[in-house]
Design a protein around this ligand. Structure first.
Ligand code: UD1
Ligand code: CA
Length: 448
């Protein structure tokens, strides 16, 4: 851990146009594992100990600014009005840098897999005495990347692909993008950058040679290629998603969950899974889900914004929507949808049911085909089912309605009035049997 006394400004570059996404949405608002790329970048910055964060957005990008503020309240937004290069982008945050920091850490909003620990390692290099620490990686295909030119263990330059000689292009390490440099020299170095290069851009990478010319010390550390992969198009977005899923599944398994076929289980950035949880194949878990110890999620279930308590059983083919709160050892079975409802300890909703805006008391049993009619086309209303109540199959509970503790509802009822505790409610046509009717009917038809 880096001493909290070391003040750091993190600058997140998010002013790219993302043309290759071919999207009406800005690139950095596309999601990986249920969270926008900008939010991933801000989370990594926070893990690296960032308190002060500046986000550089393009002109008219209120949507990106808003997403950044939502993900990390307190961020400062700076607008880069013209896209003149990465150093120019960092200088959009001049006012923040000028406040004076020990460390300035620059990262990109379109590398969603970079870990806080890696960004922290860049800062650790500064804490250990370096004036600039760049992040290198050894890509399978280095085309397009800046090359790290090292001499005697020192980083002497980063040469952009378009400006590099054949010899420089053969360098083992390429520039991943994130870089940390000493705040004391930050503005002086950034102001020294000129656009004298193949792309006529202000390159942030020029800081390395500028540092060298001032007798400052630049270094590089190395990251895995998978961690620094950038997203420029939808193919790379899918690749980043796959890498993130692999990371999340591995973490869940190492923390004690069994994923029978991990490659078929999709998790979100914030999924929490306890020990001895069993997740069967083909389960999709959206944002905001926690699954406590010993719970089982059977195949083909879809969960989002839901809480599953210890030992509960979900699915197969169950859908838990936002606000589903499934209690200890409760059961939610096949073709059951639960939305904004609490299913208390040991209650059972086993088959073909919709439960929305409801409470189901502990130990209650909800028969197959039960529907809470929670919506009248205008408002939503609550259904309250008491402890140990029994709802017969194929009942409609027209909300707002209350079924008391221990009450019974006869199968096929349409319940529109509250039912007292321990009562029986039957609300359906009374059965009439006509003796011999069918036989007579058949005989009459045959004659004709
Ligand atoms: C940059 C690096 C290169 C590195 C590569 C890694 C420079 C000069 N080059 O190249 O060494 O190997 O990233 O992917 O830094 N951005 C702005 N405003 C700008 C320009 C860029 O905000 O004016 C942002 C982009 O949105 C992006 C990041 O900075 O998030 C990198 O910009 P990009 O144009 O992709 O840089 P590369 O040419 O790929
Ligand atoms: Ca790029």
């Amino acid at each position: 851990m880096i001493s909290a006394a070391r003040r750091c400004l993190t600058v997140v570059l998010a002013a790219g146009e993302g043309v290759r996404m071919r999207s009406s949405r800005p690139k950095v608002l596309h999601a990986v594992a249920g969270r926008s790329m900008i939010a991933h970048a801000l989370a990594a910055a926070r893990e690296a100990g960032a308190v002060d964060v500046a986000v550089v957005v393009g002109p008219n990008r209120d949507d990106v600014a808003e997403a950044a503020r939502k993900a990390a309240p307190g961020v400062e937004i700076f607008v880069q009005t013209e896209r003149l290069g990465t150093a120019h982008a960092v200088l959009a945050a001049r006012a923040a840098i000028a406040r004076g920091y020990d460390d300035v850490l620059v990262t990109y909003a379109d590398i969603p897999l970079v870990c806080g620990a890696t960004l922290e390692a860049l800062r650790a290099g500064l804490a250990a005495g370096a004036d600039l620490v760049a992040l290198g990686f050894a890509p399978a295909d280095p085309t397009g990347y800046g090359r790290l030119i090292e001499r005697d263990g020192r980083l002497v330059a980063i040469r952009e692909h378009k400006d590099a000689t054949a010899e420089e292009r053969a360098a083992r390490l390429c520039n991943a993008g994130p870089v940390a440099f000493a705040g004391a020299h930050a503005l002086a170095m950034l102001d020294a950058v000129t656009p004298n290069n193949a792309q006529k851009e202000y390159y942030l990478t020029d800081l390395v040679e500028i540092a060298g010319a001032r007798g400052l010390n630049a270094q590089a550390i190395e990251a895995d290629e998978a961690e620094v992969m950038g997203v420029n198009n939808r193919v790379q977005l899918a690749a980043a998603e796959a890498a993130m899923q692999a990371r999340l599944r591995e973490r869940a398994m190492l923390e004690g969950a069994t994923l029978v076929a991990p490659e078929t289980v999709f998790l979100s950035f914030d999924t929490t899974i306890g020990r001895d949880v069993l997740i069967e194949p083909h389960v999709v878990i959206g944002p905001g889900v926690s699954i406590a110890d010993g719970a089982v999620v059977h195949a083909f279930s879809h969960l989002e914004g839901a809480k599953v308590a210890e030992g509960a059983t979900i699915g197969p083919y169950a859908r838990l929507r936002p606000g589903a709160d499934i209690g200890v050892k409760a059961k939610v079975g096949n073709f059951v949808e639960i939305k904004k409802a609490t299913v208390e300890t040991g209650a059972k909703v086993n088959h073909l049911t919709y439960i929305g805006d409801a409470r189901i008391g502990a130990g209650a049993n909800i028969g197959a085909g039960t529907i809470t009619c929670n919506y009248d086309g205008f408002g939503k209303y609550k259904t309250d089912i008491g402890v140990n109540a029994f709802i017969g199959s194929n009942s409609s509970l027209v909300a707002p309605v209350k079924i008391g503790d221990g009450a019974f509802v006869g199968s096929g009822s349409v319940v529109t009035k509250d039912v007292e505790a321990d009562a029986l409610a039957v609300a359906r046509g009374r059965q009439e049997n006509r003796e011999g009717w069918a036989k007579a009917f058949r005989a009459a038809k045959k004659k004709g």
